[in-house]
Structure formats: structure tokens, C-alpha cells
Design a protein around this ligand. Structure first.
Ligand code: SF4
Length: 373
């Protein structure tokens, strides 16, 4: 197969028959969802191939139900704290995938490229990042200007990579599916919290795995919840394991009835089902926003330290709210100053936007938002 690849790519020869393709998925929920256009293209390019997705166990379930991956390999590499243990686990995962014709490495890390190397696949495709090129056999230059990496929407970044296997561009829309068992669990959960019915249901997702710099203050979330409940809107906290304390602080600070739908029982399949039924999601710049975008759910993203350049696609139903502070985007996990990018984003402004999203039929997202790299 002759590939014309993505933007700025070189024409390259790809074997005609790739019968077994391993895809190393990213390590964060948002990036996994933003990889769905690439997986769709891969399936379209190799409809008869067996495509195996390698994914962190906590993210297993995120893409289940989609036809683009045949087999999911969930791994626990990062359950080992020290690097020797991770190396051993990575080797074991790779060895278990021996016999693959190709390995597509979506993350930028050397660790991901090493896993691909351990599979022994003769074709190992990935971007030239972080000195890992010797581990790959098909190395694609990353987008750069003046030697500096140019951030771009991750959907496009991943899609351009798999186009080097001759795969057609099937668009950058996000794609997720719900599953029957999770749908039943979702209905039971909503019934348990008396959240069925016609009144608008707004989800608040206050977490972010990236770090505390992305978190909108809990007292702001609490004030927003008070305003929404006063409007007659039902409010539910949607969060994963490890974010219980955040949810409890918001619920306690709000002082009004809001449902807590998170915790250990909030699996990714259940999260998808819950988010797909919301009238509106309000969240930080984290994975839940991409789940909502995949289901075309109106979403307000409260963004501070991160660059929109990485997520500047699929914004038709997503409005990004941010404050014009000079230090943003800093891309830091922990704010070194006073966290003004998030604290100055007032609950009143977010409440006004939420009311607009819930009531205006022509409400639209931030598709024309000006980019600040
Ligand atoms: S340095 Fe600025 S942009 Fe970065 S987290 Fe702090 S306030 Fe936000």
C-alpha cells in the first residue's frame, strides 16, 4: 500500500497485508477519547486486520463498544512504583503481543515506544519525540517550527500519525459507545438519587488527574450548585475514585440537595452512560469534557493553566471559559503563584453561561475561540 500520509508527511511504503496491528493507547482519559478518529481511520484502512488496543487498566472500558478495536489488552504497568518493576511488566505485556505485524505508538513517551519494541513487530510507527527514534522503525517528524514543538489538537495529531499507514481520513469527530449493562446500572443509579424525569440535569465534574492547577475552587463549584438548584435545576456530582473529598467539600459547601454519583462505583462505562444523559456538564479541562463532546452534550470547560491548542477541535457543543491572565497557559501541574487563572473565573459568570446553555436553542460552543498557544 502506498501512503500519502497526513500533513507534511512523506510518501512511504507500507506492507500490503497488516493482519495484526497493536495500538499503544495514551495514558489519560481525554487523550484516549481524542484517539478515536485515529482508530476509526485505522479500521477503515485495514478492515480485515485484528486490531489490539493496549491500555492502562483504569482506562479499560473507555472505548469498549466501538468497532475499531477487536481486542483490549489492559495492563498494570504503573501499578509497579519503581522503574525496574515497570520495565519487567512492560516487557511481559510486549512479549504477550509477539507476532503482531505492526505497532502504532500514540503516546510520546519512550516507555510506550519500548513496549512496542518488546512486541517485536517489524513495523513500529510513532512520532520522533524524546530521543526514542531508535526504538521505532517508522519515525514521523513531529510538527515543529524553528525547532520547537508546535502543539496541535490531539485528534489531528494522532490521526496524522496513522495516515502514515495509508489509512483514510474519516474525520476528527469523537466517538464513544455506551454498553447495555452500564445503561442498566445508570438507570438504577439515577433512580436511586431520584434524578429521573424531565427537569434539566447538570453534572459537575470537579476533578482533574493532571494536577491541582486545573481545579476550579470547590467553593466556586458550591456557589454554582446553589445557583443552579435555585433555578430548579437538578445537580449531580460526577467523579471518579480518589475524588471523593472534592465532591464532599462541594456538597457540604453548597448547602443544597445535590446528588453524588461518583466514587469507586463510577466505572468508565457507567461514567459514559451518566454523561450521555446530562443536559449540561460543567467541568475542568479534564477527561469528562471529551466524553461529553463525544456524546454531543453541552459542556462548559473551566480552563486555566493549559493551552487550548491541544484541544481546539470538537468544540461545537463545548464552550471554554477562561480568564485573560498573563501567565496562562503555563502548563504547570501546581500553580507557583496565587492560582488566579481559576480563582478569578467567577461562579456568577459560569452560572450565566450555564443558564444560556440550558435555555437558548441556538447556544453553541467555542468553535471560533481565539487561540493563545
Ligand atoms: S501560573 Fe498562572 S496560569 Fe499557571 S496555574 Fe498559576 S495562575 Fe494559572
Amino acid at each position: 500500500m502506498l501512503s500519502t500520509g497526513g500533513r507534511g508527511s512523506t510518501i512511504s511504503q507500507v506492507p500490503d497485508s497488516l493482519e495484526r496491528i497493536v495500538v499503544v493507547l495514551p495514558n489519560h482519559l481525554g487523550d484516549v477519547v481524542m484517539a478515536t478518529p485515529a482508530l476509526r481511520a485505522l479500521r477503515a484502512g485495514y478492515p480485515g486486520a485484528r486490531i489490539e488496543g493496549v491500555i492502562r487498566r483504569p482506562l479499560d472500558g473507555a472505548l469498549r463498544g466501538l468497532p475499531c478495536v477487536d481486542v483490549w489488552i489492559a495492563h498494570d504497568i504503573y501499578a509497579a512504583r519503581a522503574w525496574p518493576g515497570q520495565l519487567w511488566r512492560r516487557w511481559r505485556v510486549g512479549r504477550g503481543l509477539r507476532g503482531a505485524d505492526a505497532a502504532v505508538v500514540l503516546p510520546n513517551s519512550s516507555a510506550a515506544a519500548l513496549l512496542a519494541r518488546f512486541t517485536g513487530a517489524p513495523l513500529r510507527l510513532g512520532y520522533a519525540r524524546r530521543g526514542r527514534s531508535p526504538l521505532l522503525t517508522r519515525v514521523i517528524p513531529a510538527p515543529r517550527e524553528g525547532g520547537r514543538f508546535v502543539p496541535q489538537a490531539m485528534e489531528r495529531y494522532y490521526l496524522d500519525l496513522v495516515r502514515h499507514l495509508g489509512c483514510p481520513d474519516r474525520g476528527t469527530e469523537l466517538e464513544l459507545a455506551t454498553e447495555p449493562a452500564a445503561e442498566r446500572a445508570c438507570e438504577a443509579l439515577l433512580a436511586e438519587h431520584d434524578l429521573q424525569g424531565q427537569a434539566p440535569l447538570v453534572g459537575l465534574a470537579p476533578g482533574a488527574g493532571f494536577g491541582p492547577s486545573k481545579l476550579w475552587p470547590v467553593e466556586h463549584y458550591a456557589a454554582l450548585a446553589r445557583g443552579l438548584v435555585a433555578d430548579g435545576v437538578r445537580v449531580a456530582l460526577v467523579h471518579g475514585p480518589g475524588e471523593e473529598a472534592l465532591a464532599q467539600q462541594i456538597a457540604a459547601g453548597a448547602g443544597v440537595p445535590i446528588a453524588d454519583l461518583g466514587g469507586d462505583a463510577m466505572t468508565l462505562p457507567l461514567l459514559k452512560s451518566v454523561v450521555s444523559r446530562l443536559s449540561l456538564l460543567v467541568c475542568n479541562d479534564a477527561g469528562a469534557r471529551h466524553v461529553a463532546a463525544a456524546f454531543r452534550i453541552p459542556t462548559l470547560v473551566l480552563m486555566g493553566p493549559t493551552s487550548l491548542a491541544y484541544t481546539n477541535l470538537n468544540l461545537e457543543r463545548t464552550r471554554v471559559l477562561r480568564e485573560p491572565v498573563e501567565c496562562s497557559p503555563c502548563q504547570r501541574k501546581v500553580c507557583p503563584i496565587d492560582h488566579r487563572c481559576m480563582t478569578r473565573l467567577s461562579p456568577g459568570r459560569v452560572l450565566d453561561e450555564a443558564r444560556a446553555a440550558l435555555t437558548q436553542p441556538d447556544w453553541r460552543g467555542s468553535v471560533d475561540l481565539e487561540l493563545r498557544a
